[in-house]
Design a protein. Structure first.
Length: 681
């Protein structure tokens, strides 16, 4: 199985293309040549599906010429010619043609594959308002099911009840609708998706007016999101008649509401907008959303009323690359404006959640351990903003720094500087005497002067800190604010019980580590705090992530979290695809390999930190993914099953046992490890 690892088809991707050829004003021969040429280009690029514009074989804006018998015969001949001339090509083609059946002319999408005409789908909704007069020429396909049409010497399936499904590529199921169909309140693609189509396609001639490009994309984004599908759209471009309207040749692909690729517009050249869509993601999204099945039931289960036209696609199992944007930081948008919007929402979700908890508990104080590290820093600035929002003094925040055997002067100094800058009540408790006493009571070798820094040594310190915080909260009428983040919960990187796993309210529990870094940067950039605070925040962002529970080595090297559990950018990448999408480890490895395999791969903006430019080869990715799988599925669920309340922040998922994630505490990682080891070289 590992020989096929680099193949997109092994991982249930399909390469799709929105084709925008140069049109003509009724020159059928030219249109056939353009179609065949673009099909050939798509074949060479490994494309599985090509969607052409509406009536691309005949031209759209030829008005009453559609009713000329010579034009009608030329249209049928064009379909047969394209079928014959593409017999040696791999892609499934959806081409537009006007075809006569039973004394009516239909505006249709014709599905062709390796020379075979799979079926013909007539347009359902015919616009007949403003500049549109389609009912003058065409009949609607509404209600036409179970029929055939004669093309050449063969009868082929005809109707609006057709899906085209590959027999040898799971999830590759295609539905076709035409232009106005998806402007309708009830697009046929809705029923198509409920019947099982994962890729919905629109062959369009949509003329362009100001703002219409945005409207098309809005509709496709909404339709792909509602139906949990990929939506491929192709509009007619330059070359069509401009007697009264004009054309821009817009093509794009959306997947579950996300824009994947878009063509150029108003260009005098044919273009294929190509991207690999994730069929497994689509199926998994539907599995997770019970409303999808309920909608199918409410619609009378459309799958019982469709014809699945099967075909042997013969997908390639070789490495043809991956044509798909993959963010190295899936919790962090690349676009600066979108990132700012997400950071604004994430930060205010946390502030609002904590404000409500403070108001509900009527707590006099808010108690927090401030280490000078990333997580406690973020929790503290959220707490400060919550107090501001409630009109309460920041002095009601009781911040405690609790140095121990490995606490560095820099982090301790940052903790003090931050507490002072924010104006909270600050204090220090040295936990070393209590830790030594506990270790001595236990008979731990460290109490006798031996340099034994085992997990007991570490957890005595972590547990004491939390124990102090809870008792301080009892004493001073407060609640303990948890600082641990989503990444640590995923990995179980927290001390259970009276440790950093526990608090009265875990304000960071829905925020992954990589997003916390960007939230702090956003706070600095948008002036949420004064200059003194921003200076401390900038210094903290530059520190290496460390629990500081083990003294530095002889060479001064401090304890590194990421050297023990793996890089947080990789772990957050794994968590996103495992928790949010339920993908198999081999596919997660495949995506991570494409995102991280060299310093120039992946997608990130210039203002991302230096770690965004790190490269990880496949053995390294597999190494850390194995450890993630074991920690996530087998070793740490018991900690998540007992976590305190905390707000869900990211649409990428959360790990609360009362919300997004329910799993047995005594489970095993065997299934995931076996799948990873069998399928990743």
């Amino acid at each position: 199985m590992t020989d096929a690892f680099p193949s997109i088809h092994r991982h249930q991707f399909a390469r799709v293309a929105a084709a925008t050829p140069l049109a003509s004003v009724g020159d059928v021969a030219a249109n056939v040549a353009a179609t065949v040429a673009m099909a050939g280009e798509a074949h060479d690029r490994g494309v599985d599906l090509v969607v052409f514009p509406e009536l691309n074989l005949t031209s759209y804006a030829i008005d009453d010429l559609h009713l000329q018998s010579a034009q009608q015969r030329a249209s049928e001949a064009a379909v047969l010619a394209v079928a014959e001339q593409t017999a040696g090509l791999a892609p499934l083609l959806l081409v537009g043609a006007a075809l006569v059946r039973n004394g009516r002319l239909y505006n249709t999408a014709v599905a062709l594959h390796r020379g075979r005409i799979l079926g013909v789908v007539p347009k359902t909704f015919l616009p007949n308002y403003r500049e549109y007069y389609e009912k003058r020429w065409f009949a609607s396909g509404l209600g036409l099911h179970g029929l055939t049409i004669r093309l050449g010497d063969a009868d082929v399936p005809f109707g609006t009840d057709l899906l085209f499904a590959a027999d040898d590529l799971p999830g590759f199921v295609v539905h076709a609708e035409i232009c106005e169909d998806y402007w309708a309140p009830t697009p046929p693609s809705t029923a198509g998706a409920l019947a099982g189509a994962t890729i919905c396609c629109n062959l369009s001639a949509s003329n362009i007016v100001i703002g219409k490009g945005r409207e098309r994309m809005l509709l496709a984004a909404a339709q792909s999101a509602r139906t949990s599908s990929a939506y491929v759209y192709s509009a007619a471009g330059p070359g069509e008649s401009t007697t009264d309207v004009a054309w821009d040749g817009q093509g794009f692909v959306y997947e579950c509401g996300d824009l994947m690729v878009e063509s150029k517009r108003f260009v005098q050249a044919p273009e294929l907008a190509v991207v690999d869509v994730d069929l497994e993601r689509i199926v998994q999204e539907r599995l997770r959303n019970g409303t999808f099945n309920d909608s199918a039931a409410a619609a009378g289960h459309p799958e019982t009323r469709v014809r699945r036209i099967g075909f042997a696609h013969q997908p390639s199992l070789t490495d043809i690359g991956l044509e798909r944007p993959i963010r190295r930081f899936p919790f962090v948008p690349n676009d600066p404006a979108r990132r700012d919007e997400d950071c604004y929402e994430a930060f205010n979700i946390q502030v609002e959640a904590l404000s409500k908890r403070l108001a509900a508990t009527k707590s006099k104080t808010l108690v927090i351990g401030v280490s000078g590290g990333l997580d406690s820093t973020h929790a503290l600035i959220v707490a400060a903003k919550a107090m501001d929002r409630l009109g309460r003094p920041r002095a009601d925040i009781l911040g405690f720094t609790m140095p121990s055997f490995a606490t560095g002067d820099a982090t301790k100094g940052n903790a003090w500087a931050l507490m002072r800058a924010l104006g909270c009540t600050a204090d220090e408790i040295d936990i070393r005497p209590a830790a030594r006493q506990m270790l001595a009571d236990m008979g731990h070798p460290f109490a006798n002067g031996e340099a034994v820094y085992d997990v007991t040594f570490e957890n005595v310190q972590a547990g004491l800190r939390t124990d102090y915080l809870f008792r301080l909260a009892n004493q001073r009428g407060g609640i303990v604010l948890g600082t641990g983040d989503l990444s640590e919960l995923a990995l179980g990187w927290c001390t259970y019980g009276v440790g950093d796993q526990m608090s009265h309210y875990a304000v960071n529990s829905g925020v992954p580590k990589t997003l916390i870094q960007f939230l702090i940067r956003w706070c600095i950039r948008t002036g949420q705090y004064d200059d003194a605070t921003n200076g401390v925040l900038s210094t903290i962002l530059g520190q290496e992530i460390s629990p500081e529970l083990v003294p530095a080595g002889a060479d001064g090297t401090m304890q590194s979290t990421e050297s023990m559990i793996g890089p947080y950018p990789l772990n957050d990448f794994f968590a996103h695809y495992v928790v949010r999408h339920g993908l198999a480890p081999s596919k997660v490895a495949f995506l991570a390999w494409h995102a991280w395999r060299d310093a120039a791969s992946g997608h990130w903006p210039a203002d991302f930190p230096a770690e965004a430019r790190t490269a990880y080869d496949l053995p390294t990715i597999k190494h850390w993914l194995e450890r993630f799988v074991v920690r996530f599925f087998q070793l740490s669920q018991f900690k998540r099953s007992a976590i305190p309340n905390g707000p869900k922040v990211s649409g990428g998922g959360a790990l609360s046992p009362r919300g997004d994630w329910r799993a047995p505490s005594d489970g095993t990682a065997a299934v995931w490890l076996d799948e990873l080891r069998r399928n990743v070289p």
